[in-house]
Design a protein around this ligand. Structure first.
Ligand code: FES
Ligand code: FES
Length: 159
């Protein structure tokens, strides 16, 4: 057991974790971030994705103890007017919804690095995320629409 400090969705806390405890379990238990979900448990589906300093991490593969001092964002922590979430809803990019938080966080990583991705770049970035319901085309459309909306918002802000 060791004490670490995490900042999750703006909330900073010290907590005790076992050496082999997964970040996935710590986020859910200690911070109530139920958007971080276990799908495969072996790094192959993306359902457990969170962003650590803006970079996607498979929390099912990551020991929490390694993340002492980290800043973590999960889908639960996104603002109410988040354009990615809005466009997922507008484009009906979900069926059961289990995989969607992982896709949303991957979309945030992508748009942070590449604000106007091509169709191919969207597909490539999401390669590691699996949706058993098969809503891929709606997800891709949502991400393109979010990119357009974010660009318009940034233009307005700098005008
Ligand atoms: S649950 Fe982590 S990648 Fe599938
Ligand atoms: S919407 Fe059901 S797994 Fe993706």
């Amino acid at each position: 057991m060791r004490e670490i400090e995490l900042k999750v969705n703006g909330l900073r806390r010290k907590l005790g974790v076992a050496d082999d405890e997964l970040l996935l379990d710590v986020l859910r238990r200690e911070f109530g971030t139920t958007s971080v979900r276990e799908g495969c448990g072996v790094g192959a589906c993306g359902a457990c994705t969170a962003l650590v300093s803006g970079k996607s991490v498979s929390t099912c593969l990551s020991r929490a103890a390694r993340f002492d001092g980290a800043e973590i964002t999960t889908a639960d922590g996104l603002p109410a007017d988040d354009e990615v979430v809005d466009e997922f809803v507008a484009n009906r990019a979900m069926q059961c919804g289990y995989c969607i938080p992982g896709f949303v966080m991957m979309a945030h990583e992508l748009l942070g690095e590449n604000p106007q991705p091509t169709d191919e770049e969207v597909v490539e970035h999401l390669e590691g995320n699996i949706c058993r319901c098969g809503t891929y085309s709606e997800i891709h459309a949502a991400i393109k629409a979010a990119a357009t909306r974010r660009a318009a918002k940034n233009e307005r802000a700098t005008a």
